[in-house]
Design a protein around this ligand. Structure first.
Ligand SMILES: *[C@@H]1O[C@H](CO)[C@@H](O)[C@H](O)[C@H]1NC(C)=O
Ligand SMILES: *[C@@H]1O[C@H](CO)[C@@H](O)[C@H](O)[C@H]1NC(C)=O
Ligand SMILES: *[C@@H]1O[C@H](CO)[C@@H](O)[C@H](O)[C@H]1NC(C)=O
Ligand SMILES: *[C@@H]1O[C@H](CO)[C@@H](O)[C@H](O)[C@H]1NC(C)=O
Ligand SMILES: *[C@@H]1O[C@H](CO)[C@@H](O)[C@H](O)[C@H]1NC(C)=O
Length: 592
């Protein structure tokens, strides 16, 4: 290069640099104005529901028209528990026999009140929105949910009602959890959340938040204290749930009713083929009375993971399927119900720890076959139980006959799933040996499960129990069900997150449950993608749970969108921020 040219270029560059520098400095010259505070809080409130919901067309004829469908020889009565009643025997189903049912069950907790509490309006100050989220999770994608999307919150009888021995209720198999004399460390449910007497206030609080669906369960042993077909029916229970459903509708909330949420009466066994007879006897009493007002029924909650709780022999899954079918057929054909009937399936999807390793994929699919294939095959596909389940020695699961399969096939209106989280699967070291050894703790699936990825990272932010904030697996979970069992629709019937150590926090800190919101918003964003990107027909999402409750012996695993004061004798509920954010998500994504 010519030296003088390069010199002038250098000078030009220097001048240019200086001009840029000077402009920069002047741009950075501080400028001041007078300071004033900005208002950072604003009082925003949720939109309450319009009250007095009535369905234009009832979902079944009124009870007066269908009462003749009930068995003729039923004793309608009620019971009250006098421990001394056992001293004078008065027959198979007398007060004495009723007291005998409770002989082994006593509790530390005592219900603080025993009559229904009148609702009061929710104070305005409880309805103020929390501060805006510190990040924007919603509204950017323009993906929308259909205007009839089913969204709301869930609970279950034993976990919230309390008053186990009141108003003629009989004992359920869950009642021994935390009872005096059982292994210590579990809380009892004799108080739980006192929803049995506080349901009106609970509806007032959901309606004030604008939550349109409430999924709850009826206690079988309240309605039929002795559980079995032919035994007396407790009128106090029938009146209670009748009023509960009416109150639900009065507040503008649509009910989703589960008949059986783990709380089987102690005198009924799912290990016996006549399980269906007892279940149908109970279901008829409930459905004949309430079906006109109930759009959605769940026969059983998560029976597919009931091993050791609901059943000890795998054939119980056949008895439970047959019980479901008996109720389905009776509702559709005899009662003339037009609502929809489903089963809620438990499943934390197993994904291969190493997806490139076929043995890992096999392990994941084997696990899925045990959890979902057994009930999903006959119900949705009209197919036999999965081979790898039937071929597990000592499991003693009897293959269905062709007739049984055809009587089960299609007797369900949509798929309901409780997908809290996913987990990584790999085979046990010697899978064949495990499959043949029913003493192996991993038997019968013989699959190792973990939440730690092969690369050492945890799959997501942990909780106080097994769920993680790991929404990256939601689409696979829905895709697995959609493409494997090909249902017409999928309802996410439970999902939720117990914040780590929430029980140790002060109330205001419990209320600011940002992790729970992260869980819900991340999960729901993936549901949107599943609908729009993957073509999965997800028809709804129901959060577990609308308040903290007895998580099968623990009040510390808090899944609630409201906290419950367990020491002031009033069981006072307090909204957490999640419930506001949850409502916002649907308002942002649904056509009104
Ligand atoms: C109470 O416990 C005794 C002793 O374990 C047992 O034999 C009896 O069947 C139990 N009774 C009931 C009603 O569960
Ligand atoms: C639950 O049980 C634990 C352990 O027994 C006990 O420390 C705690 O006070 C109980 N909580 C309630 C709410 O009863
Ligand atoms: C299966 O049947 C065998 C033989 O009757 C019995 O020993 C075994 O305990 C049964 N297995 C299960 C899981 O019930
Ligand atoms: C079966 O599993 C149990 C429990 O892990 C173990 O103690 C036992 O040795 C196993 N039996 C055989 C035959 O491998
Ligand atoms: C429960 O209520 C009592 C009485 O109002 C109060 O002192 C206590 O702090 C409350 N506890 C929680 C965890 O909210």
């Amino acid at each position: 290069m010519n030296p003088s040219l390069s010199l002038s270029l250098f000078v030009w560059l220097l001048a240019h640099e200086y001009a840029a520098y000077a402009a920069d400095v002047s741009a950075r010259m501080p400028s001041y104005s007078s300071f004033s505070y900005t208002q950072m809080t604003s009082d925003r409130y949720p939109s309450p529901l319009k009250s007095h919901l009535s369905f234009p067309t009832p979902f079944a004829p009124p009870f007066s028209k269908v009462s003749t469908l009930l068995p003729k020889d039923v004793t309608y009565t009620t019971y009250s528990l006098h421990p001394t009643a056992t001293l004078s025997a008065d027959g198979e189903y007398g007060q004495s026999a009723y007291a005998g049912l409770w002989k082994n069950l006593s509790y530390t907790d005592t219900p603080p009140f025993t009559t229904t509490v009148s609702p009061t309006p929710v104070p305005t100050q409880e309805l103020v929105y929390p501060p805006a989220l510190p990040f924007r999770t919603i509204g950017e994608d323009c993906l929308s949910l259909p205007s009839d999307f089913i969204w709301g919150v869930a609970g279950s009888a034993w976990q919230i009602e309390g008053g186990l021995k009141l108003e003629g209720r009989g004992p359920s198999i869950l009642d021994s959890i935390g009872a005096i004399g059982t292994p210590p460390g579990s809380n009892d449910s004799n108080v739980a959340d006192m929803n049995y007497f506080l349901y009106k206030q609970d509806f007032a609080r959901l309606a004030a938040m604008g939550i349109p669906y409430y999924s709850f369960s009826i206690s079988w042993s309240r309605v039929v204290p002795f559980g079995v077909a032919g035994s007396p029916v407790n009128m106090e229970a029938l009146d209670h749930y009748d009023d509960l459903i009416n109150t639900c509708l009065e507040y503008g909330i649509k009910p989703i009713v589960t008949l059986f949420h783990f709380d089987m009466p102690t005198s009924v066994s799912a290990d016996e083929p006549d399980f269906a007879v007892h279940f149908l006897y109970y279901a008829k009493q409930v459905m004949a009375r309430y079906a006109d007002r109930v759009p959605y029924w769940v026969t059983a909650n998560e029976p597919n993971m009931g091993e050791g709780l609901l059943f000890n022999t795998y054939n119980a899954l056949t008895w439970i399927l047959q019980a479901h079918v008996a109720v389905y057929d009776w509702y559709k054909k005899e009662l003339g119900g037009t609502g929809k009937i489903t089963i809620k399936f438990a499943n934390n999807l197993a994904v291969p720890l190493d997806p490139t390793n076929p043995t890992h994929t096999h392990a994941a699919l084997r696990y899925q076959n045990f959890l979902l294939g057994i009930m999903g095959n006959p119900l949705f596909l009209g197919k036999q139980y999965p081979e790898d389940v039937l071929n597990t020695p000592n499991l003693n699961l009897t293959a269905l006959t062709v007739d049984e399969i055809s009587s089960i096939h299609g007797k369900i209106d949509f798929w309901s799933l409780d997908p809290y989280v996913s987990q990584y699967a790999s085979p046990t070291e010697d899978m064949e040996a495990c499959v043949h050894n029913s003493s192996n703790p991993l038997w019968p699936s013989c699959v190792l499960l973990t939440n730690v990825q092969a690369n050492g990272w945890l799959m997501g932010d942990g909780s106080n129990a097994y769920p993680y904030i790991a929404p990256q697996y939601v689409r696979q979970q829905l895709g697995y069900v959609w493409n494997t069992f090909r249902p017409s629709a999928i309802l996410v019937s439970e999902f939720g997150f117990p914040v780590f150590a929430e029980a140790q926090k002060a109330l205001v800190a419990q209320q600011y449950d940002l992790e729970r919101t992260l869980y819900y918003q991340g999960f729901l964003q993936e549901v949107l993608e599943a609908i729009h990107e993957d073509g999965v027909n997800v028809i709804g999402a129901i959060a577990w749970s609308f308040m903290d409750n007895n998580e099968f012996g623990s009040f510390d695993n808090k899944y609630g969108m409201q906290s419950v004061n367990r020491t002031n004798g009033l069981l006072t509920r307090t909204y957490k921020r999640t419930i506001f954010d949850f409502v916002d998500f649907f308002h942002d994504h649904m056509a009104h």
